[in-house]
Design a protein around this ligand. Sequence first.
Ligand SMILES: NC(=O)c1ccc[n+]([C@@H]2O[C@H](COP(=O)([O-])OP(=O)(O)OC[C@H]3O[C@@H](n4cnc5c(N)ncnc54)[C@H](O)[C@@H]3O)[C@@H](O)[C@H]2O)c1
Length: 331
Amino acid sequence: MNKIKTIGLLGTGVIGAGWAARALHTGINVVASDIDPKMEDWINEAVENALPSLQSLTEGITLPPKGKLTFTTDPISMSQQVDFIQENIPEVLDIKRKSLKSIAEVTNKEIIISSSTSGFMPTELQQGMTFPERFIVGHPFNPVYLCPLVEIVGGKETSDKVKKIAKIFYESMGMHTLMLRKEVPGHISDRLQEAMWREILHALNDDIATTGELDESIVYGPGLRWSIMGMNQIYMIAGGKGGARHFIEQFGPALKWPWSHLKAPELSNEIIDRFVEGVEAQSQGKSIREMEKIRDECLVAIQKVLSKHNMGAGKTLNEFKKKIESINKKS
Ligand SMILES: NC(=O)c1ccc[n+]([C@@H]2O[C@H](COP(=O)([O-])OP(=O)(O)OC[C@H]3O[C@@H](n4cnc5c(N)ncnc54)[C@H](O)[C@@H]3O)[C@@H](O)[C@H]2O)c1
């Protein structure tokens, strides 16, 4: 399928563990590294928790044997055993730059190094790195083992060949790759999400709604539609017979009205409390693990429905199935 047999993870928190679960399930070995030795138990538990939903999602697909997971607290040792490195350490520019630089110094120039960063641009991260042309951003979505999207972003020094190899590799793990035309802070998807979250924080700050009411405004309406078509196509349909043109003529003028804010509100203790207490009340005593289980079961069910219509993430699942079937036929 591809020459990348082992992925190395730098940082094994929420995102690192998600990459591990996806890679192992699709037959890729994982060498996980984290400076905190306690993360070994965490990653093992996270991979185990992800398994039932991954099995359900890929039901009917004859996948290669599962990959092998090993853990080390030595990132340098990790970098010397792997074919591709995915960095998932905290979103702090200096820490990322320093760690990436030290990893790059000791790895073969053929090894692609990818960062899961939510917001930094690849050009910022590849500065001063040995062989910066093999560096990209590969931005995933939580949970990485169930959300197929990965945004691939190249920096000023990244080679096109590296972006293409990364695309093939991520797709071999059942992902949907979105190749960004330009690097911008926050890539594409996080910019969209942040615009919405900023409005949420304003609504909390101005006491317009609780976190529960704000989530209701998404879950029962627009959120239900977004996984099928995304906002632009959904708006086209909302234009009725007149389609997109009628829609923009009707609602375009409202963009000039002061409905939304450009700047985030000051993060006062009050607003933080409203956010944290609000979402905790919404969970009705359920633990994060229990909430994750519900989220994952629904994510699988949604993708199975979408696959029947060959839409969105369901299309990715169908393409992955076809790819695996063709590999299995050849072997
Ligand atoms: N959480 C999300 O929803 C999400 C989504 C997409 C991308 N990301 C990005 O992924 C990255 C990681 O986020 P996360 O939520 O998994 O963070 P996290 O805090 O859960 O995990 C970070 C891990 O990195 C380890 N670490 C810290 N410094 C290290 C070092 N020098 N070497 C090795 N390990 C080190 C920590 O011990 C910790 O286990 C960030 O860049 C973030 O922007 C996060």
